[in-house]
Write a protein that binds this ligand. Structure first.
Ligand code: URA
Length: 442
């Protein structure tokens, strides 16, 4: 099939042989995967050619733009204030969005957040929010806008009309070994974010065992590519590089992460989670003009937590999106597991300090409990998860609590316990702690 002067096979051959595609060829491709002019087998051939040959920064920017325009681009210009969002490449226990969005909104930023569901060992913001009874994440654009206008933030799933090209391409990449390709990841993430109607964006690019990018150099390359695409689109984008060798905070799962997030908004969050949250939210305040620098941003964030404004925003969001706001004061309203298993250190090696808490194995433990998704169609059990997780550098002796597993099925609990035991390693001397927030590309 062809359109005008373009034939998919010619575009595939050009990229296969190492050529750079033109804006029109890329536009034909992004439209073609949605309207059928680019058949699935041709799209996957081109994706594989891009995987091996790469794309120039200019091609990546064109692909992002063309994918963004494959569907609706939300226009929020009539809403007051700076519209700033955050995107994380995902990690175990990463519940930053649930804290950051109300915190930024309480400090005067409008946060139009479209998030995803969990897949594999990483959790998804939408699934976590759905642990709150009644909480609706699938809102249409008019309702999204109305909540943004009223509350200053909304957290929803992507509507089917936004970036349909990514939905198609991601499903093809997922089954053809073409996910791990920086220009394709960059265009996939950035097209969705730019279609939200944002003025600027903060990215949290994770690296390490529990992250999509295992190596810091790869995370840096991806971060730079996404910042450059933002620049090409005329939207300031800052990217923070964050280590993800151990889960963030002390909880992983759904109910457990909602509780930990509310605790953070009450001023009782764990240090590592608050460090990442304050860094990312601070960048949003600076980018959005709500603070002149990070020091002023920090003062504003501390005030919003201390005076309850950030928690109030979370309450307002729950009410606006149908969630039961009583969860803020009564955690028993959240889905609760039948049983709690305390996993305690044991054996000859269990003394000294924790040297490792493997985030990937912890993610697998959540999946073993039934709290993860191996396939997009799987249902997640919101009640199960990990709490009270020990952190790298903490002292340990036989009997020290390593974590509490929230379990609904004994056999799954046994499997999860074995995975957590494999995840936590000990050393006689206190380990050197790797900095969590490592670099800012701005
Ligand atoms: N997340 C996305 O949204 N797209 C990718 O390609 C990879 C991670």
């Amino acid at each position: 099939m062809s359109s005008g002067t373009y034939f998919p096979q010619n575009i595939i051959i050009k990229k296969r042989d190492g050529g750079a595609l033109t804006q029109d060829e890329i536009g034909f491709f992004a439209r073609g995967v949605v309207n059928g002019q680019f058949a699935d087998y041709q799209a996957t051939a081109l994706l594989m050619a891009i995987f091996w040959r790469g794309m120039t920064p200019q091609e990546t920017a064109w692909l992002t733009d063309a994918m963004m325009r494959s569907g609706d681009v939300i226009d929020l210009r009539d809403l007051p204030g700076a519209k700033v969002d955050k995107h994380s490449t995902g990690g175990v226990g990463d519940k930053v969005s649930l804290i950051l969005a109300p915190l930024a909104a309480a400090c005067g930023i409008t946060v139009p957040m479209m998030s995803g569901r969990g897949l594999g060992h990483t959790g998804g913001t939408l699934d976590k929010l759905e642990a709150i009874p009644g909480f609706r994440v699938m809102l249409d654009v008019p309702e999204f806008r109305a909540i943004l206008q009223k509350v200053g933030m909304a957290m929803i799933g992507q509507t089917p009309q936004v970036v349909p090209a990514d939905r198609k391409l991601y499903s093809l990449r997922d089954v053809t070994g073409t996910v791990e390709c920086i220009p394709l990841i960059c265009a996939s993430i950035m097209s969705k974010k730019l279609a939200e109607g944002i003025d600027s964006l903060v990215l949290d690019v994770k690296f390490g065992q529990g992250a999509f990018m295992k190596k810091k150099e790869d995370a840096l390359t991806l971060a730079r590519a996404m910042v450059a695409v933002g620049q090409a689109a005329g939207k300031p984008v800052w990217a923070q590089l964050t280590a993800m060798n151990q889960p963030l905070g002390r909880c992983a799962g759904h109910t457990t992460e909602v509780i930990e997030s509310i605790e953070c908004l009450k001023g009782r969050g764990p240090d590592d989670l608050m460090e990442v949250t304050f860094a990312l939210t601070g960048h949003m305040l600076v980018l959005g003009g709500a603070a002149k620098d990070m020091a002023e941003a920090r003062t504003k964030m501390d005030t919003a937590i201390a005076n309850g404004r950030a928690l109030q925003k979370f309450h307002e969001m729950c009410v606006a999106q149908g969630g039961d706001p009583r969860v803020i004061e009564d955690y028993s309203i959240l889905p609760t597991a039948n049983k709690k298993i305390e996993v305690r250190a044991r054996g000859a090696d269990a003394s000294g300090f924790v040297s490792e808490v493997d985030a990937l194995r912890c993610g697998h433990a959540i999946m073993a409990l039934g709290g993860g998704r191996a396939a997009v169609t799987d249902k997640v059990d919101h009640a199960v998860g990990i709490a009270d997780l020990i952190k790298i550098g903490e002292p340990v002796a036989p009997g020290t609590l390593l974590c509490t597993l929230h379990v609904n099925d004994d056999a799954k609990g046994t499997r999860a316990e074995a995975l957590v035991r494999e995840a936590v390693k000990f050393t006689a001397a206190a380990p050197t702690l790797e900095p969590l927030v490592q670099e800012l590309i701005s």
